[in-house]
Ligand binder design. Structure first.
Ligand code: 5GP
Length: 179
């Protein structure tokens, strides 16, 4: 279906599941080249990145320890200044390469918070892989190492991304549809 409704808002199909699968395979290939010699600790940001991470991890050919962290800055369709740690970092990252898996990089606030935390804990190298990125909203100088697809600064759902809890299970990505 091209248009769906979640709570009070309508969303229109924007990136097909097939295209997303193709993008993920391409990223996995690159990660396999870059990390085969020294695999990283993989840090998945909950809840949004779960779906992308599951698809990506199945295609990675190196062995990595997997850990999860949960930060929250979004309410509805807007980012807030308050970054809360809802589930903290349990793994020892001292001297390790770390690869963060994100569903979306928007302003970069989440990434910045994670990078600061991982630096404090002595990570040797910090990189990030994200399924989607909004370059027009991004406010940092930190490099975003692996980007699946750049998108405009519009609210999207699907493939792990939610609107107030709904939409994560959608295989395609949808954009906010305002008439
Ligand atoms: P940042 O900290 O980079 O501003 O935002 C990252 C987080 O905000 C993401 O992990 C995601 O939870 C949320 N976010 C940012 N943009 C969107 C969007 O377009 N749709 C959804 N569903 N979440 C978003």
């Amino acid at each position: 279906m091209a248009i769906i409704q979640l709570h009070d808002k309508k969303f229109i199909k924007y990136i097909s599941s097939k295209e997303i699968d193709r993008i993920i395979t391409k990223i996995a290939k690159q990660l396999n080249e870059d990390y085969m010699d020294e695999p990283p600790l993989i840090l998945v940001t909950l809840n949004g990145a779960i779906v992308f991470a599951a698809d990506l991890l199945k295609q990675l050919q190196f062995s990595s320890v997997l850990s999860c962290i949960k930060l929250s800055s979004y309410q509805g369709t807007t980012s807030t200044e308050n970054m809360k740690t809802l589930i903290g970092l349990n793994e020892d990252v001292q001297g390790k390469r770390v690869l963060i898996i994100e569903d979306i990089v928007d302003t970069g606030k989440t990434y910045q918070t994670l990078a600061e935390l991982l630096n404090q804990k002595g990570a040797k190298e910090i990189r990030i892989v994200t399924l989607t990125m909004k370059p027009d909203a991004y406010k940092l100088n930190l490099p975003v190492h692996y980007v699946g697809i750049n998108i405009p600064d519009l609210f999207v759902v699907g493939r792990g991304l939610d609107y107030n809890g709904l939409g994560r299970n959608l295989p395609d990505i949808y954009q906010l549809y305002e008439i």
